[in-house]
Design a protein around this ligand. Sequence first.
Ligand SMILES: [Zn+2]
Length: 210
Amino acid sequence: MIHQILPVGLLQCNCSIFGDELSKEAIVVDPGDNIEDILAVLRRHALRVTAIIITHAHIDHIGGAAKLKAATGAPVLMNASDQELYDHLDVQASWLGMEAPTRTEIDTALRDGDLVTLGPAEFRVLHTPGHTQGSVSLWIPAEQKLIAGDTLFRDSIGRTDLPGGNPRQILRSIEDKLLTLPEETIVVPGHGGNTTIGREKERNPFLQGL
Ligand SMILES: [Zn+2]
């Protein structure tokens, strides 16, 4: 499977572009910004987007969703508990001193246990609240990969001091939903470099008390 990670926007959110070589279908996760660059990758591989998945409604992850949907016609998928955050995209933009991007309708509400398919691969939706109430992670067993949004980072975890954040809940989500995945699973966080479940279990200072 094609998988390109593109750090986008002011906060360098990791946008993931997955493509199935055979069907030429693609899933884009967290198109926060730089939609022209994302479209260029899609064109280079002749990919057609079938789903735009949002791990959570912070502006650096969702800011470009409307533009990408307009360019590709693909539906936007997000957990409904982050709708209120998305409704206040203008407030989030003002925190960063940015102009508010246009918003779009969320086409499909993602729930824990949902499956989104790309060619022969399954993207399994894990509801992992704590950074925000609607935060989801995506486990792709066929690729041994986890797209972790802002829930789990290399040596760190997502901040919980913004509206909708809950420090005890994020630890419970990580312990119950993420640390139970195979240790060799590659973790692609919402920002910064990749890691593995095994490495974070062993070394992440925020998880040592679990
Ligand atoms: Zn975030």
